[in-house]
Design a protein around this ligand. Structure first.
Ligand SMILES: [Zn+2]
Length: 290
């Protein structure tokens, strides 16, 4: 019998924080959905509002909603107008770009992303980057071209860049160096080692940690976190994925971020209010005021 359920609310955080990266539009059908009110179909505005209220009650009062294909980017641009606690990021996810390129649709899709990024409440270009885990070598050239274009877009618009990097650490770093990184660059769901963390900090990037940092097996990631000064750190859910301990196996949502923030405070040896203030202040510096 499955033990999967909608996770309990954690104790509220003492200082309100930001969820740096969440996908409130994505439903999972393999586990009970903590955001659902009315079942299937596209997420309703009421469901999003309720999910944000639940998060506020545990001290997560601001989120960055990430739209990573065209339907989800359009959804994000609509929803950021309706919820004061929500800012947005839009891009074409690296796992989306090979198919778009093969269909001859990449240019048109990039043009639409550029229009959506101009929205005053869309504050980041993301998630873009490289994913060599889900995409084979035949798709790498398209991913790299798309990544370059997104870097350029972030620089031209002055928005932050949110990077997805899965099993592509060196190429991500090399490509950023070649192109010249935007003023504000965020490694979303950081998954590198100590050495890579040091390199990212030296370059002035922000490192955002997800629920993975609480996993028992993630000793290397906690070592990497130790390399990151408080002024460079962010926290995120990447909901509905990467649910933190002790709720692994259930679906993730922004109200579960306190588990990750408390885990990060333990690793860094700081008290929870200090951790919260760092996460909150850094996000406001990256994205501007909500
Ligand atoms: Zn994501």
């Amino acid at each position: 019998m499955s033990s999967r359920r909608v996770p309990l609310r954690p104790d509220p955080l003492p200082v309100a924080v930001v969820d740096n990266h969440t996908h409130l539009d994505i439903r999972r059908d393999d586990v009970p959905d903590p955001v659902a009110i009315d079942g299937g179909g596209d997420r309703s505005t009421e469901e999003i509002a309720a999910a944000l209220r639940t998060a506020v009650e545990v001290g997560v009062d601001r989120v960055v909603q990430v739209g990573c294909d065209l339907p989800s980017a359009r959804f994000t641009a609509r929803q950021v107008e309706l919820h004061p606690g929500m800012l947005g990021a839009v891009a074409l996810h690296p796992n989306e770009t090979p198919a778009l390129a093969a269909a001859g649709e990449l240019e048109a899709a990039l043009a639409e992303i550029e229009r959506l990024v101009a929205h005053p409440r869309i504050r980041a270009v993301g998630e873009t980057g490289l994913d060599y885990y889900r995409t084979g070598p035949e798709g790498h050239a398209a991913q790299q071209e798309s990544f370059r274009r997104h870097i350029d877009l972030a620089k031209r618009t002055g928005k932050a860049l949110q990077i997805h990097d899965r099993d592509a650490h060196q190429d991500v770093l090399d490509l950023l160096e070649e192109e010249g990184a935007p003023q504000t660059t965020v490694m979303h769901c950081f998954s590198g080692d100590r050495e890579m963390a040091r390199e990212c900090v030296a370059r002035g990037y922000y490192l955002s940690f997800a629920g993975t940092v609480t996993f028992k097996s993630a000793g290397d990631l906690r070592e990497a976190l130790l390399e990151v000064p408080l002024e460079s750190v962010l926290a995120e859910t990447d909901a509905p994925y990467l649910t933190p301990t002790p709720e692994r196996g259930n679906a993730n949502a922004p109200y579960l971020l306190p588990h990750t923030v408390r885990g990060m405070a333990r690793v860094l040896g700081v008290d929870v209010p200090t951790m919260c203030r760092a996460v909150s202040d850094n996000a406001e510096r990256v994205y501007g005021p909500w």
